[in-house]
Design a protein. Structure first.
Length: 332
């Protein structure tokens, strides 16, 4: 019998459903400001396809930042009910989210230096995690916002976030948003609110300043949530940097569930997620084998779990930060 996150799916619960992409008005660009677009809420949202494009000019002194065009997006947030963050991610981490779920990098035609041209960046935000990753339990976690509102919001940067030197400019910035929906042919849809196997997929980010070398920097994991992975990335002066994270442990009380070094994580991530090279300052801590949702780390009991980071404050650089993206699920 097929199952959905451990819940048996009977013949009566199986329905036909169809996929459709719905174009929105997109998100207006306004340098240094926050803008949003209202998403359609009539049907369950499987994911959100985004395309950013702009024209650029740069002189021969121009120097690109590591994240290039995606640094124009300081933060991307998906909000429901006006205030609740379902997604909260920095622009620079968006291609890694795409790579982790689809095992290949998203399309990117980046800006350059000493010339002019057009840039175009594509990425996908997976609300239904199982459908994106290995075509798992197909209707595990679509976003059901039929009873509320949903807005995709961008906190914009400007040209100085794309280039770190030189005289540079951008124009004709467009941000297109297509919403991938599923709607049932018969009544009811597996995965919608009220269905036994439904999980709400959350991806939110904590920012942690690294002001000193510490063997133990603990952070509690949220109770009542089910975790598939944790993505950690480290920066010095706004650029991805190695040498800050030494290891990460997952602990329950004084017992260590697992401990992984930064080097081992980078090597493992390259093989598992098909990165073309070891990713500087990016570490994916898997709490399950991809596609095996029954292995997810559940904190729905009274047991308290925490992440314990071993970090080093580098001797060079003015500002050092660690960001933790929690890829997790909640039963509404």
């Amino acid at each position: 019998m097929p199952t959905l996150t451990g819940v048996p799916v009977t013949n009566q619960q199986i329905v036909n459903f169809r996929k459709q992409f719905v174009a929105t008005d997109g998100i207006e660009f306004s340098a240094g400001n926050t803008r949003n677009v209202r998403l359609p809420t009539e049907q369950c949202i499987q994911g959100i396809e985004c395309m950013m494009s702009f024209d650029w000019e740069s002189d021969d002194a121009g120097e690109l930042t590591a994240a290039k065009a995606l640094n124009l997006i300081k933060w991307l947030r998906l909000k429901t009910g006006g205030t609740s963050d379902i997604i909260s991610l920095q622009g620079k981490v968006l291609p890694y989210i795409h790579q982790i779920y689809f095992r290949e990098s998203p399309y990117a035609s980046q800006p350059g230096v000493n010339g002019s041209g057009s840039a175009r960046i594509h990425f996908y935000i997976p609300n239904n995690a199982a459908l994106a990753e290995h075509g798992g339990a197909a209707m595990m976690s679509p976003l059901d916002v039929s009873r509320t509102t949903a807005n995709l919001e961008i906190q914009w940067g400007d040209a100085s976030d794309i280039w770190s030197a030189g005289t540079n400019s951008i124009s004709n910035v467009k941000f297109e948003v297509d919403v991938e929906q599923s709607f049932s042919v018969d009544k009811g849809i597996p995965g919608a609110t009220g269905y036994g196997g439904y999980l709400l997929h959350l991806m939110t980010t904590d920012e942690i300043p690294v002001t000193a070398t510490r063997e133990s920097l603990p952070f509690d994991l949220t109770q009542e949530h089910v975790f598939s992975r944790v993505i950690v990335y480290t920066e010095t002066d706004g650029e991805f940097a190695d040498g800050i994270l030494n290891s990460v442990s997952i602990k329950a009380g004084e017992a260590t569930h697992q401990k992984l070094t930064a080097t081992k994580l980078q090597v493992r991530n390259k093989s598992r997620y098909k990165f073309t090279q070891l990713q500087t300052g990016v570490y994916v801590v898997d709490l399950m084998t991809p596609g095996h949702w029954e292995q997810m780390l559940s904190f729905e009991s009274d047991q308290r779990f925490r992440l314990d980071f071993n970090v080093t404050k580098p001797a060079e650089g003015d500002s050092h930060r660690m960001y933790v993206v929690y890829d997790r699920f909640l039963r509404p």
